[in-house]
Design a binder for this molecule. Structure first.
Ligand code: DHB
Ligand code: FE
Length: 280
């Protein structure tokens, strides 16, 4: 049976990718941010997961308001990076893990989650940036296959935090019932606090972000019980996307060990957080 080696949480701010493209990694503004990920990258190199299940949202780059799946699972053989307006990025396409993805869809439906099934789509910074932060940029191919889980966190009504936590528990069953000796890692992405538009544009909440990094490890049930409105108030209109970390957390044991964590504010307009969790 397949195993889960751990869970990774990270922000997915697009200008992180742009900073790497422009060669700004070691500038005084960015170096402390990127250096914070070095222990996590060492952890990934040690664990060598075969498959990464990446929970993220598309930001109107591959999907738009004409069709908004609440949950969608990528069952494709390959995902190309979408051009978000700065031109194509020099990163390889992501190889899918379609056999597992279909098994995941099957398991979700059996547990009363009914996702959209996507067989062709491109992926935006929501997936690209976390992959590059944890695996580094490969010259030819990524050393891990991906299964994207797309969550609607933009067009209300977005799903309940508690529902995402439950989704993570079903994801765990799917991995543990999968007839394979592959190693899986689950990535929750987005957040932490940021608001990009409206009267509170520029809002960040470092105190709440640091508390979130503690609670996601120690008390995820509390975070799952919060209302969506409370997420918006606490983390900002766009920062509420941090609820996607609850899928990653739901896939782990009640008790976890925090291997690494990092917090940096602001990356672009965002309180940028990272965590590496293993089952206790
Ligand atoms: C920013 C952060 C995000 O998470 C995102 O999806 C888009 C933009 C930002 O801070 O610029
Ligand atoms: Fe986002």
């Amino acid at each position: 049976m397949a195993i889960i080696v751990g869970g990774l949480g990270t922000s997915h701010v697009p200008s992180i990718g742009a900073a790497l493209d422009k060669g700004l990694r070691d500038t005084p503004e960015w170096k402390p941010f990127f250096d914070g990920y070095l222990p996590a990258r060492a952890w990934v190199r040690e664990q060598r997961p075969d498959v990464a299940v990446v929970v993220f949202n598309d930001h109107y780059n591959a999907l738009f308001l004409d069709r908004v799946p609440t949950f969608a699972v990528g069952c494709a053989a390959e995902y190309r990076p979408v051009d978000e307006g700065w031109g194509p990025r020099a990163i390889p396409p992501f190889e899918g893990a379609s056999h597992f993805a279909w098994h995941l869809v099957d398991t979700l439906v059996e547990h009363r989650f009914d996702p959209e099934i996507i067989q062709e789509i491109k992926v935006d910074h929501g997936l690209q940036v976390p992959m590059e932060l944890f695996w580094g940029r490969p010259s030819d191919a990524w050393p891990v296959r991906v299964v994207p889980i797309f969550v609607n966190v933009l067009q209300y009504p977005i799903p309940l935090p508690d529902r995402l936590y439950e989704l993570g528990k079903v994801l765990r069953r799917a991995i543990e019932n999968y007839d394979s000796d592959e190693k899986f890692v689950v990535l929750g992405t987005g957040g932490l606090s940021h608001q990009l538009q409206g009267a509170r544009a520029g809002f960040v909440n470092p105190t709440a972000d640091r508390q979130f990094l503690r609670d996601i490890a120690e008390d995820p049930g509390k975070l799952a019980g919060w209302s969506r409105e409370r997420y918006v108030e606490t983390f900002g209109g766009e920062g509420a996307e941090v609820i996607m970390w609850l899928v990653m957390r739901g896939a782990l044991n009640r008790d976890v060990v925090v291997r690494h964590q990092h917090y940096f504010v602001p990356a672009s307009m965002t309180g940028a957080g990272m965590i590496v969790l293993e089952n206790a």
